[in-house]
Design a protein around this ligand. Structure first.
Ligand code: ADP
Ligand code: MG
Length: 403
């Protein structure tokens, strides 16, 4: 049983450390999608109203275990303050003098945010002892711990795992609600059930396919990972994203899909560009003819083509359950956003449950102008939601009593 905030008892006057996932996309110091901050508000408001002294901890980006100003949480502190409608004290370190004084000066119902967890090597250290040492320093700043960073629950990191062991700990409301929706996808999802996979973290996501195949009606492949499938089918893919060491695994998935009677759909046409750039020349080509443009083997596939879009959209519209992770193309370049936009559009026409998961996928649908309410649920976690759907044990949930 997942321990929830109730299990922590009366929180008035208590110092509550809250792990959020405030890893928002930044353009300089401008937040381009504040969805993850908004998703954290329910828990934070509840703790504030309960009279807790709230200290928020989070990571942002991938600094190398030392302070790096481009990954400062300062812009997040400011946005959080606007959204909460109250001051948020910002500590310029995570477990140092600034953090200690910020936390000690909080009155009941006040809130502070500590600087980026990953400015400390112990947060993501491989050796257990190093993570535990950092978690011990964090634990000194709180009387109890609320874990609410759903996007990181699949990571065995100091602020996700060890900290939850060191203090009385419970899941926050975001984790509760994420799990509520994802459970509907794992226990008897209404069929036809389609899963759409794309994005660029190819090797991270290929493993999911093996576990999902027996559970779904259709698996639609786009984004960067489509080229490993096309290559596995014997097509040249030019300079497109390719994981050559996964070709055998992918051939295995194609064979499994056939045996199980699952539609595993690989794009039949691709938008091929002359280079990886917003203003690159581009042409639609059959998926078997990616190298047959004027750019030859230096051509690079940056989106799914229009025939594929229509085929995918038709399957999605006819589904009763759809889970989508990973943009279909490099949507950050408007010329290569069509596939992603069309898939998002198709999801809005589904009569049933639609879930969009993943940091970039969520920000893609928002930047392309879709309202959150057009989808059943937008998950804050990409890797975490995929691993959950795979049926894996997630360390950050297990430590909160979930099994
Ligand atoms: P999520 O965060 O939703 O889990 P990922 O992080 O795996 O998704 O991938 C998002 C990125 O994938 C986007 O930045 C997008 O530009 C990139 N992408 C999509 N299609 C391609 C492609 N064909 N080639 C290179 N990158 C791609
Ligand atoms: Mg991503």
């Amino acid at each position: 049983m997942l321990r929830t905030i109730e299990s922590l008892g009366d929180l008035a006057g208590k110092r509550v450390l809250v792990r959020c996932d405030l890893n928002v996309p930044l353009d300089g110091t401008t937040i381009t999608d504040d969805g993850r901050i908004r998703a954290s508000l329910e828990t934070l408001n509840e703790l504030i109203h309960a009279g807790a002294r709230v200290a928020v901890i989070s990571h942002l980006g991938r600094p190398a275990g030392v302070p790096d100003s481009q990954y400062s949480l300062a812009p997040v502190a400011q946005r959080l303050s606007e959204l909460l409608g109250k001051p948020v004290v910002f500590a310029s370190d995570t477990v140092g003098a600034s953090a200690r004084s910020a936390v000690s000066e909080l009155a009941n119902g006040d809130i502070a945010i500590l600087e980026n967890l990953r400015f400390n090597a112990g947060e993501t250290a491989k050796p257990d002892a190093e993570r535990r040492e950092f978690a011990t320093m964090l634990a000194e700043l709180g009387d109890c711990f609320v874990s609410d960073g759903f996007g990181v629950v699949h990571r065995k990191q100091a602020s996700v795992f060890e900290l939850a062991e060191l203090l009385p700990s419970a899941a926050g409301r975001l984790i509760e609600s994420e799990l509520g929706v994802l459970e509907r996808l794992t226990t008897k999802p209404e069929k036809p059930y389609s899963v759409v996979l794309g994005g660029s973290k190819v090797s991270d996501k290929l493993g999911v396919i093996e576990h999902l195949l027996p559970r779904v009606s259709s698996l639609l492949i786009g984004g960067g990972m489509m080229f490993t499938f096309l290559a596995a089918q014997g097509h040249p893919v030019g300079a497109s994203l390719l994981e050559s060491d996964q070709l055998d695994a992918v051939r295995g998935y194609l064979a499994d899909a056939e045996r199980l009677g699952v539609d595993l759909l690989v794009p039949s046409d691709v938008v091929v560009a002359s280079s990886f750039a917003a203003d690159a020349d581009h042409e639609v080509r059959d998926a078997s003819a990616i190298e047959e443009t004027a750019w030859g083997a230096s051509g690079i596939g940056l989106d799914i083509g229009p025939v594929t879009v229509d085929r995918f959209a038709a399957i999605i519209r006819d589904s009763s359950t759809v889970f989508w992770n990973g943009p279909m193309g490099v949507f950050e370049f408007p010329e290569f956003a069509n596939g992603t936009r069309a898939i998002a559009e198709a999801l809005t026409h589904v009569d049933g449950l639609t879930v969009v998961g993943g940091g970039d996928s969520a920000s893609a649908v928002r930047t392309l102008g879709f309202a959150d309410s057009s989808f059943g649920h937008i998950s804050t976690g990409g890797g975490a939601s995929l691993e959950f759907l795979e049926g894996k044990q997630l360390p950050g949930l297990e430590v909160l009593g979930w099994q």
